[in-house]
Structure formats: structure tokens, C-alpha cells
Design a protein around this ligand. Structure first.
Ligand SMILES: NC(=O)c1ccc[n+]([C@@H]2O[C@H](COP(=O)([O-])OP(=O)(O)OC[C@H]3O[C@@H](n4cnc5c(N)ncnc54)[C@H](OP(=O)(O)O)[C@@H]3O)[C@@H](O)[C@H]2O)c1
Length: 249
């Protein structure tokens, strides 16, 4: 399949989970891909696995210093880009009684501020008619204990699709979002929970998914491909919820 032939894509947080699966699929569809990540070893390993159509940049989406360097780093690899997938994100579930400013700022810095300013910095490299896709979350739509900060950050991210689609209309840049329900990725290992808490949370989440299983990274990657390709050429400010029926049934 060659749905992304001659296209260049940047995927933030591309060394793992949904970002990595999307990088693999984009390359299989003919694209050249630049992944970012915050750990050199993880980025190097991912690029090695992705092969010679991939390049990696170590860049922390939570750092304005790194974001401000990203345009030059990308341009040194490819002079222009066609697709930007804002996927880097963190989820820290915590009760309101114990949450502090640091855990709030971390999620908003990476998920919201990082997405917004990454778009700002890479826009000059984006061709007219490019596609921007945000990885938001079902948590922007549902209530779940201990998820308030993460959910608020994802809801804020979601507002970017309509506002930036409107703002970038003159350049025909489309901004859309995929909002996954629970997907099996290393994200859950990074919640900061004990093994026991993690397994209880996973069982609790599973009981709320009508289709009876977590989603796979490949299932989400196919939706990102749809938004990234011309197949979705009439979609702006659109969100596709992929949640096994969690919020919709
Ligand atoms: N898995 C789910 O159930 C689910 C559901 C809804 C939405 N999402 C969203 O999907 C996106 C991808 O998550 P995932 O599930 O694929 O988890 P993941 O495997 O942990 O992937 C997240 C990626 O983002 C990177 N990242 C995190 N903070 C970063 C930063 N400050 N700078 C650069 N890269 C950073 C991670 O790097 P490290 O390897 O260094 O951590 C990792 O490569 C996130 O935005 C998440 O909110 C996931």
C-alpha cells in the first residue's frame, strides 16, 4: 500500500506504544518518518527497528527549550513535512487529596503546552494541505476516579482540533484527533502505581469496555493513517473515538 508515498511525517513520542505502531504503519505506506522521544537509548532502539526510512530526534515535549530547537533539527533531516502526529503524552492518575502542583504541571506541560508549541514551531515546515493529528483520549469524555488532571489535559488538547483547523484554514492544514479508549501500551506501567493497584485498575477498566478487551496499538495507528492520508480530505476539526464502546454504548 502506498497511501503515504512521498510524504514526510513527524511523530512525537514515537519510541513506544501507539506512536511506534503508527511510525511502522506510516513507513509501510511509503512515508519517511521522524520520531521524537525524550530518551536517547529508546529513540535509537526504535529507529533501528523501524529501518532506514526512519530518523530520530531526542526532544522533550515538556521542555520549551527542546521545542524551540525542534524545527531546525527536523529541517536538518527533511526540509518540509506533510504530517504531524502529536502523540507524546503522559498519564498520571492520582486522587485529588494527594495531587500536587508538580503532577498537574507535568501533564499540562507535555500534553497541552507541548502539543500547542510543537505545532507552532513546526508549522513553517509544514506544506499547505498538511495533516495534523492529535492523540487525545476517551478520558476527555468520561468521568473516572483519579483521572481529573489527565482528563482535563486531554480535553484541552481536543479543543485544538477545531480552533487550529479554523486558524489554519488559509493553508488548508487539517487538524483532527483520535481519542482512544484503553489500549495495551507501556503507558500503564508509568502511572506510578504498585503492581497490585495497576492490576486492580486494569480489571476495573476492562469491566467498563463493552467489547471486552483493550484496544491494540495497530487499531489506533490505522485511524491515525486515515486522518494523515487523503482518505480524510474532507475532515477538519473531527474526532474519532476508538474505545470498544466504553463511552458510546
Ligand atoms: N494507552 C492508552 O490506553 C491510551 C488511551 C488514550 C490516549 N492515549 C494517549 O496515547 C498517547 C501515547 O501513549 P501510549 O499509550 O502509546 O503510551 P507510551 O507507550 O507510554 O507512549 C508514550 C510516548 O510518549 C513519549 N513521551 C512522554 N513524555 C514525553 C516527553 N515529555 N517528550 C517526548 N516524548 C514523551 C514516551 O516516551 P518514554 O518512553 O520516554 O516515556 C513514549 O514514547 C499519549 O498521549 C496518551 O495519552 C493512550
Amino acid at each position: 500500500m502506498n497511501r503515504l508515498e512521498n510524504k514526510v511525517a513527524v511523530i512525537t513520542g514515537g519510541n513506544s506504544g501507539i506512536g511506534f505502531a503508527t511510525a511502522k504503519l506510516f513507513i509501510a505506506e511509503g512515508a519517511k518518518v521522524i520520531i521524537t522521544g525524550r530518551r536517547q537509548d529508546a529513540v535509537d532502539k526504535a529507529v533501528e527497528e523501524l529501518g532506514d526510512q526512519a530518523a530520530g530526534i531526542v526532544s522533550d515535549t515538556g521542555s520549551m527549550q527542546d521545542i524551540n530547537k525542534l524545527r531546525a533539527q527536523v529541517a536538518a533531516i527533511h526540509p518540509s513535512i506533510d504530517i504531524l502526529f502529536l502523540n507524546a503524552g503522559v498519564a498520571k492518575f492520582i486522587a485529588i487529596e494527594t495531587a500536587d502542583e508538580a503532577i498537574f504541571d507535568e501533564q499540562f506541560n507535555i500534553n497541552v503546552k507541548g502539543s500547542y508549541f510543537t505545532i507552532q514551531q513546526l508549522l513553517p515546515l509544514m506544506k499547505d494541505g498538511s495533516s495534523i493529528v492529535l492523540n487525545t483520549s476517551i478520558n476527555a469524555h468520561i468521568g473516572m476516579p483519579n483521572a481529573a488532571i489527565y482528563a482535563a489535559s486531554k480535553a484541552a488538547q481536543l479543543t485544538l482540533i477545531r480552533n487550529l483547523s479554523a486558524e489554519l484554514l488559509g493553508r488548508k492544514i487539517r487538524v483532527n484527533a483520535v481519542s482512544p479508549g484503553p489500549v495495551s501500551t507501556p503507558l500503564y506501567d508509568k502511572f506510578g502505581m504498585s503492581e497490585e493497584q495497576r492490576s486492580a485498575t486494569a480489571s476495573n477498566i476492562l469491566s467498563q469496555i463493552p467489547i471486552g478487551r483493550f484496544g491494540t496499538t495497530d487499531e489506533i495507528a490505522k485511524i491515525v493513517l486515515f486522518f494523515a492520508s487523503d482518505d480524510s480530505s474532507y475532515l477538519l476539526g473531527a474526532e474519532l473515538i476508538a474505545d470498544g464502546g466504553m463511552a458510546t454504548l
